[in-house]
Write a protein that binds this ligand. Structure first.
Ligand SMILES: C[S@@+](CC[C@H](N)C(=O)[O-])C[C@H]1O[C@@H](n2cnc3c(N)ncnc32)[C@H](O)[C@@H]1O
Length: 179
């Protein structure tokens, strides 16, 4: 599975919905070459075709979505049927990768890319802890994702509440907004 815009940082930017630079946003020059390669192991099928439709975070929708795993990796699902929640890592293939300062519309303030959960980042990897509804062959039915239809899948891991959960964690700038 390939996605040309994801493979080549110099690929032409053609997706205005995600690629337009807003006032207050600053881009860096991307490195001349990549340091590693990766495999897309499947696709996430969701009901959302545009940014406006898409949830802003995995808890905003309880729509059942499907993770279509490349069948070659199906044996790697052995044991996953016992798991209630999975960590999904996926590749936000329609975003730009050069932003260092961003101006998210819903916050209306400038922030550094690494202080945000924006899809626009040097390696546009998104994460969500999704509820595993069931597994049918090489397809997983899940709730709790926030990506566009056909977003490439990078990895699936079991979520361990015992070690992955940090209930006292704080994002200061967000907490100060009183949300
Ligand atoms: C704010 S991000 C949060 C991502 C993820 N939950 C995380 O924190 O890693 C979610 C937004 O990314 C955008 N998005 C979803 N799928 C995308 C894709 N394939 N390429 C680029 N942007 C995408 C949509 O606007 C969606 O509302």
């Amino acid at each position: 599975m390939t996605d040309e815009s994801a493979q080549d940082p110099g690929a032409p930017m053609h997706d205005d919905e995600f690629l337009t630079l807003r006032e207050g946003e600053i881009a860096a020059a991307l490195p001349a070459q990549f340091d590693a390669s990766l495999y897309f192991i499947g696709r996430i099928r969701t009901p959302w075709q545009s940014r406006e439709q898409c949830p802003k975070n995995p808890r905003e929708s309880d729509a059942v979505c499907t993770v279509e795993l490349d069948p070659r990796w199906a044996p790697a699902l052995e044991g996953l049927e016992t798991v209630t929640h999975v960590v999904l890592l996926y590749w936000m293939n329609r975003t730009r990768r050069d932003l260092v300062l961003q101006w998210p519309r819903h916050y209306g303030e400038q922030r550094g890319t690494f202080a945000l959960r924006s899809p626009a980042r040097p390696n546009p990897i998104a994460i969500s802890v999704a509820r595993l509804v069931r597994i049918e062959g090489s397809t997983l039915l899940v709730t709790g994702v926030d990506c566009l239809d056909n977003t490439p899948l990078l990895d699936i891991k079991p979520y361990f509440a015992s070690t992955d959960s940090v209930p006292e964690a704080v994002v200061g700038w967000h907490a100060r907004r009183g949300r």
